[in-house]
Design a protein around this ligand. Structure first.
Ligand code: NAD
Ligand code: GLY
Length: 366
């Protein structure tokens, strides 16, 4: 069992919280019950994850005298919207959940983002605990308090910063994760190496086969090092007024891909991988990283069985969708680019001709 703390400022802050990473945590209810002020919780999950893990979680909580209200959502990125959010509110109200009823998110990033936003706004805020069951959610989305839903016009456009009381990453749940979802999670692990941790990047390169084979020791180390990176960034810039934006490497392009292709067609991690390749190519054209660096990044995504060529949506579609990116300032696009492997910066000075040329030369018809 490994534990990392997300230290929120001003320190010591009662909002600081642990991320527990290990095997079998779902059956260890003390990691949840110590954060409860009421012996009743609501557990939000989806139609895929609930049959696998809801029973185990409810039974282990029940053994500690904690009763639970299960709330089961439809599965899919296309359901990360107002209607599904409202289903959570309906269930919380129907079951008379109170201000001290903790809401637990059991699932991947979609369940986590939806549930966190519901917890942030139900009765103006109720305690929230993340129990991520995908690799992507265990290394990224369950940590840091970004919650929200998609809008037809743009990805993750409505939401709130709302931190969980604890994150419980049980790697046993990854045994049932489809390969494609496992690969998508590796995209966000690679991101940390690229933006701020070159030693971790070398470790990922050396341990990719173990990650793909779901070796437990390697998975725990990858999750731990990813969460340690994310915890440091969130501690330094909780509400993204500066360096947290670096966590969005590849996301400006990636969110446009997810929206244009139809939510759920490209997985988030796949869109991030292809988007990162666009960002890497753009960085090279801006005189930042070398051609060799671009190839190194490409090779790593290929090893992780992730797409490295973004779809050709046409420059106009990319520009329209990226115009809604949350990093846009005074109408100007800003991109996370790589100064070198292991160091990123936000740049608002990308000439539009260079951007359009990159989009034309580095994308392909699907
Ligand atoms: P997801 O939540 O859609 O889960 C992927 C699929 O795996 C789903 O079909 C799900 O039902 C299934 N699944 C989940 N756990 C399983 C398990 N243990 N066994 C079998 N199947 C399982 O996708 P995701 O990749 O976890 O998350 C992507 C979402 O996270 C996107 O909406 C993205 O915007 C968001 N995100 C948020 C943040 C943040 O900081 N809040 C960061 C990154 C991504
Ligand atoms: N995944 C980006 C962030 O949490 O800021």
């Amino acid at each position: 069992m490994k534990t990392i703390t997300v230290n929120l400022t001003p320190a010591p802050s009662e909002r600081s919280y642990p991320i527990h990473i290990g095997s079998g945590i779902l059956s260890q209810p003390q990691f949840i019950s110590r954060h409860l002020t009421q012996q009743r919780v609501a557990i939000v999950s989806n139609a895929t994850v609930a049959p696998l893990y809801m029973g185990r979680l409810r039974a282990s909580l029940g053994a500690q005298g904690v009763t639970s209200v299960p709330i089961i959502l439809p599965d899919g990125e296309e359901y990360k919207n107002w209607q599904t959010l409202n289903c959570i509110f309906d269930a919380l109200l129907t079951n008379r959940c109170e201000r001290s009823t903790a809401v637990l998110a059991l699932g991947g990033g979609v369940v986590g983002d939806l549930t966190g936003f519901a917890a942030a706004s139900y009765l103006r805020g109720v305690p929230f605990i993340q129990i991520p069951t995908t690799l992507l959610a265990q290394v990224d989305s369950s940590v840091g308090g970004k919650t929200g839903i998609n809008h037809p016009l743009g990805k993750n456009m409505i939401g709130a910063f709302y931190q969980p009381r604890a994150v419980l990453a049980d790697i046993e749940t990854l045994n049932t994760l489809p390969d494609r979802e496992l690969h998508a999670g590796i995209a966000e692990i690679i991101k940390y190496g690229l933006i701020r941790d070159p030693v971790f990047l070398e470790w990922i390169e050396a341990n990719m086969q173990g990650l793909l084979a779901r070796d437990a020791v390697i998975l725990v180390e990858a999750i731990e090092r990813s969460c340690a990176n994310k915890a440091e960034v969130v501690a330094a810039d909780e509400r993204e007024s500066g360096m947290r934006a670096l966590l969005n490497l590849g996301h400006t392009f990636g969110h446009a891909i997810e929206n244009a292709m139809g939510y759920g067609v490209w997985l988030h991690g796949e869109a991030v991988a292809a988007g990162t390749m666009l960002a890497a190519n753009l960085s090279h054209r801006m005189g930042m990283i070398s051609r060799t660096d671009v190839k190194r990044i490409r090779d790593l995504f290929v090893q992780a069985k992730l797409p490295v060529i973004a779809p050709n949506l046409g420059a106009e579609t990319y520009l329209r969708l990226m115009g809604l990116d949350k990093k846009v300032e005074a109408g100007k696009l800003r991109f996370v680019l790589l100064k070198r492997i292991g160091e990123a910066e936000v740049r608002g000075d990308v000439p539009s001709s260079l951007l359009i040329k990159t989009l034309a030369e580095c994308t392909a018809n699907a």
